[in-house]
Design a protein around this ligand. Structure first.
Ligand SMILES: CC(=O)SCCNC(=O)CCNC(=O)[C@H](O)C(C)(C)COP(=O)(O)OP(=O)(O)OC[C@H]1O[C@@H](n2cnc3c(N)ncnc32)[C@H](O)[C@@H]1OP(=O)(O)O
Ligand SMILES: CC(=O)C(=O)O
Length: 541
């Protein structure tokens, strides 16, 4: 049986950025776009060009993606032509092949929020979509408040979406903007729109999670005939969030009747990257991953009750609705050292380490990871630290150098202009090839500003690493995340450092301590050791 194509439209970088407390940098947007592209979504909505400097900069250096990279904006305002609307012009000038414009479809919003007549609004929608289509570009129309609008005035809501469709919109996306419509009603109204003349393969669904039904509402629209789903990674989005693609993707690929009826752009291989994609986003946002997140949470396949754990060991399907491996997650069975070995072997092989099944080192690695995670470490994203830990247990970790001691001071004092300034200084003593080396460094940028104690430590460490100096010369620290976490009985500080080198490699390392500077130094040492490994450095016996 041929399966029908179902399109996935990701709006993490636009509606996801409307989440309280979320503001992606341009680099973070680039990183997320690459992850989405690797996952296999069909559209990546990058943001609203012209609305803020970050979005504009992101579109200026738009990533090259296989997915259709889409700019978001709104329909032209009344009293001016589409050609002369400056907000629309900024969206058009972003130069993307696809553009998604939001427009009003609820009569109350037209008269109250916009203060124009219904006819004027319909004309704004028509003219804006026609303007995009006339340039041979793909137009999408986000029908804002469509379901509430349809309930209040079905004739007008239908007129508004038909205007977009007739003007050439490739997709008309029905939005449950306030998130209050329940799945059954979403299905019925979607069917009514199809009956009114817009075919299902031109209809999309955009739901919000205000009643925790965004995923169910999206599926109801698909059941009714819609063929595009809009959503976000981890369900980010305005207020309670959008439909969670991290939940929807495995449902569409693994659950009946969707798996049999539909084809989406995500391959089975890419599906295995789902857990990593979800955790990468949490990492970027410096959020603790939700343990109970369906499919990807650390508890999604954790079996605590004795009855469960015992049956699971006989056959995992006794208490699991899918094999966790399919989504890149791992089974957790407390007390069983066998748990998670296949997952561990896969992670090791990603680090270039091939370890045969049954090797006792696997048990030791798992034990150490568990111990360290109890202390506050996390290895989900800190792949470089994970590799170093594994190498130690496998006897494959060279001792390049030894840190004998270090010291950091931070001083606040008045400068000549009577301004309070800070100055960080570090001293690091290392032993390389039997020889002690003492380096002192201040951390000051080109404008004379203090770059902080961790930077001072890094520059002191890198200053004299003897014959390893050249190998780390092109390395720089690009991100630094701090989180206070409950490790054991006391709160500890976890630091994750992202480093980069001139060859475009980027790696993450983790350090934990009750002391912020110690935790940072711990992560820093891992970063340097990983770089030395990659450079093929050889330690002298
Ligand atoms: C449902 C959604 O989530 S849609 C996405 C919403 N996202 C955002 O709002 C974030 C980005 N937005 C922005 O940065 C700004 O709102 C901008 C740059 C787009 C516009 O800024 P401003 O010109 O200062 O307008 P402001 O934000 O104050 O108000 C929006 C204006 O657009 C009008 N408007 C709102 N929706 C539409 C629409 N679909 N079509 C035409 N005009 C619209 C409003 O009536 C208002 O006009 P007014 O100032 O003449 O009353
Ligand atoms: C367009 C959009 O984000 C909404 O209506 O919710």
């Amino acid at each position: 049986m041929t399966r029908e194509k179902l399109y996935l439209y990701d709006t993490t970088l636009r509606d996801g950025q409307q989440t309280q407390g979320v503001q992606f940098s341009t680099e973070e947007k680039q990183q997320i776009a690459q992850t989405l592209d690797a996952l296999g979504v069909d559209y990546i909505e990058g943001g609203w060009p012209g609305a803020n400097p970050t979005d504009s900069a992101f579109f200026d250096a738009a990533p090259k993606t296989r997915a259709r990279f889409t700019a978001f904006g709104m329909t032209k305002r009344a009293g001016r032509s589409a050609e002369n609307d400056d907000v629309l012009a900024a969206v058009m000038n972003a130069g993307t092949d696809s553009m998604c414009l939001v427009g009003k479809t609820h009569d109350f919003h037209v008269t109250t929020a916009l203060g124009i007549t219904l006819a004027e609004n319909t004309e704004n929608i028509r003219a804006s979509i026609a303007y995009i289509a006339a340039q041979g570009r793909e137009a999408l129309f986000d029908a804002e408040h469509f379901f509430d609008g349809y309930k209040a005035n079905p004739e007008y809501a239908t007129e508004a979406v038909l205007a977009a469709y007739s003007a050439g919109a490739r997709w008309v996306v029905l939005c449950d903007t306030n998130g209050g419509t329940l799945p059954e009603e979403i299905g019925a109204i979607t069917r009514a729109v199809i009956d009114a003349g817009i075919p299902g393969d031109r209809l999309g669904i955009h739901t919000h999670n205000d009643t925790a039904n965004a995923v169910a509402g999206s599926l109801a629209a698909v059941d009714a005939g819609a063929r595009q789903i809009q959503g976000t990674l981890n369900g980010l989005g305005e207020r309670c969030g959008n439909a969670n693609l991290i939940t929807l993707i495995p449902i569409l690929m693994l659950k009946s009747p969707y798996a049999e009826r539909f084809e989406i752009g995500v391959s089975k291989d890419a599906l295995r990257g789902l857990t990593a994609a979800s955790r990468q986003l949490d990492d970027i946002l410096n959020r603790v991953p939700t343990k109970q997140a369906p499919f990807v949470g650390a508890s999604a396949f954790a079996h605590k009750a004795g009855l469960h754990a015992s049956a699971i060991l006989k056959d995992p399907s006794t208490y699991e609705h899918i094999d966790p491996d399919l989504v890149g997650n791992a089974r957790v069975i407390p007390m069983s050292n066998q748990a998670g070995q296949s997952n561990l072997r896969r992670r090791l092989s990603e680090a270039g380490l091939s370890v045969e099944a049954g090797n006792l080192a696997l048990v030791r690695i798992l034990d150490r990871i568990k111990e360290r995670e109890a202390e506050g470490y996390t290895y989900d994203s800190a792949q470089a630290s994970f590799e170093l830990l594994a190498r130690e247990e496998l006897g494959q970790m060279p001792a390049f150098f030894e840190v004998k001691r270090y010291k950091v001071t931070v001083e606040r004092r008045k400068n000549k202009r009577n301004q309070m300034v800070s100055l960080s200084e570090a001293i690091v003593v290392v032993k390389v090839d039997g020889e002690k080396k003492l380096s002192v460094s201040e951390s000051i940028d080109a404008e004379g500003r203090d770059r902080g104690p961790v930077n001072a430590l890094w520059t002191a460490l890198a200053k004299d690493l003897g014959r390893y100096g050249d190998a780390v010369a092109d390395m720089r620290l690009v991100d630094f995340k701090v989180r206070i976490t409950g490790g054991g009985t006391e709160a500890v500080t976890r630091v994750i450092i992202d480093s980069e080198d001139a060859q475009g490699r980027r790696w993450s390392t983790v350090g934990v301590s009750a002391n912020l500077v110690d935790a940072s130094f711990d992560a820093l040492l891992d970063a340097v050791n990983w770089k030395l490994l990659r450079e093929g450095a050889v330690a002298r016996a």
